[in-house]
Ligand binder design. Structure first.
Ligand code: 0PR
Length: 361
């Protein structure tokens, strides 16, 4: 029997989504191409240039450098690598808020740089005083998150830029998840708003491309050149990516999704997702749960552990924050009907959880 992937109809925890139909078609067509060998697979190499140009438009950068990575993890690792290559320090450190994605831990581990994790403030954003106190002349990189994994928060990027500048460090923005929603908000998060050097921005999350399609952007080609290694037996001369053979499906689907959706399709999707997040936050608040205000389409709320487990047992794919809150990511496949059905299950299961067990006294 042919294996089938699971449906998306109860998936509330994922930062991936159903690819746009155009992205799916393009992924299938380019499945057997390898942008890691651009002199052989020229058509997909051209598409990758277009992907980078389009990502630059989304992120406020003319003449962008970059490539389609395997995901936000690779983009973050590579950003740390660029920063490490740029510094003279024999003991480089990287300053990140505690809200940053765990891929920075991988980066620090692989690249042998010191990771300085600073606290966030009451609104889950990087605490600037703590960042200022953590940087020094050995700081190679300061990172901010534009759309955090747990609460959807946007760090104060221009201020982080000033701090990075004060010690000659590289400024990296992790917009892996938020990058395709933020252009339709008032946040200052991109290359046009601050002296951002590098950015992670993933088409395979809010961008509705097929997995794997992450994005690494750099303000200049010279930053990307920090990553280049010679490739003697390929017709192309150097390679900046971390992986060798890569998915042409990811590249082609990223271009197809952005051609179709940028900017109006993404704008409409953001508005829909944001309304859904606000609706859910409201519904949870009315039921007496503590809710973290959804400033981007991501809702976190304190729900008792047994209720969380009961919802998972009903088939709802949910996850929790480090401090145990229920976390719902309002991705494009998450509809109002899904959320209404989720809330109905929550009501039913919560009632059940509070009914005293017979003979329990
Ligand atoms: N940066 C941020 C802000 C992220 O949220 C993530 C992923 C990454 C970087 C890393 O991206 P890649 O996973 O593409 O390398 N955040 C989600 C997480 O770890 C990823 C995820 C996606 C989890 C889909 C579950 C899932 O079904 O929670």
């Amino acid at each position: 029997m042919q294996a089938e992937p699971q449906a998306f109809d109860r998936v509330l925890s994922s930062m991936c989504t159903k690819p746009h139909p155009d992205a799916r078609d393009a992924a299938e067509r380019f499945l057997a191409t390898n942008p890691g060998d651009p002199a052989t697979y020229q058509r997909v190499a051209e598409l990758e240039d277009e992907a980078v140009a389009l990502l630059g438009e989304v992120a406020g950068l003319d003449d962008p450098a970059g490539y389609v990575a395997s995901g936000g993890t690779e983009a973050n690792i590579q950003a740390v690598r660029i920063a490490r290559e740029r510094t003279d320090s024999p003991r480089p450190n990287v300053v990140v808020p505690e809200s940053c994605h765990f891929s920075f831990r991988k980066a620090a581990d692989v690249l042998e740089v010191e990771l300085r994790v600073v606290p966030t403030d009451d609104d889950h954003r990087a605490d600037l005083t703590a960042v200022r106190a953590s940087v020094d002349s050995d700081t190679a990189l300061v990172a901010g998150v534009a759309g955090t994994t747990e609460y959807g928060r946007v760090d104060p990027i221009p201020e982080l830029g000033e701090i990075a500048d004060s010690v000659g460090a590289t400024l990296h923005v992790d917009a892996a998840w938020g990058g395709f929603a933020l252009p339709f908000t008032d946040y200052e998060w991109h290359f046009g708003h601050a002296p951002v050097d590098t950015m992670a921005i993933d088409p395979h999350k809010m961008g509705q491309a097929a997995v794997p399609a992450g994005g690494l952007l750099a303000r200049s080609e010279s930053l990307l050149d920090e990553l280049a290694v010679d490739t003697p037996y390929l017709e192309s001369t150097s390679q900046a990516t971390l992986t060798g053979t890569r998915s042409g499906a990811g590249v082609a689907s990223a271009v197809a999704a952005m051609r179709t959706l940028w900017p109006e399709g993404y704008r409409e999707q953001y508005a829909r997702s944001q309304r859904n997040a606000e609706w859910l936050a409201d519904a949870l608040e009315k039921r007496g749960y503590d809710v973290v205000d959804p400033t981007l389409p991501l809702v976190a709320a304190t729900v008792p552990r047994p209720t969380f487990e009961a919802l998972r047992a009903e088939g709802w794919r949910l996850s929790r924050t480090a401090t145990g809150e229920l976390r719902v990511v309002c991705m494009p496949h998450v509809t109002r009907e899904m959320l209404a059905s989720f809330v109905a299950d929550l009501d039913r299961l919560e009632v059940r959880a509070s009914v005293p067990v017979v003979g329990d006294d």
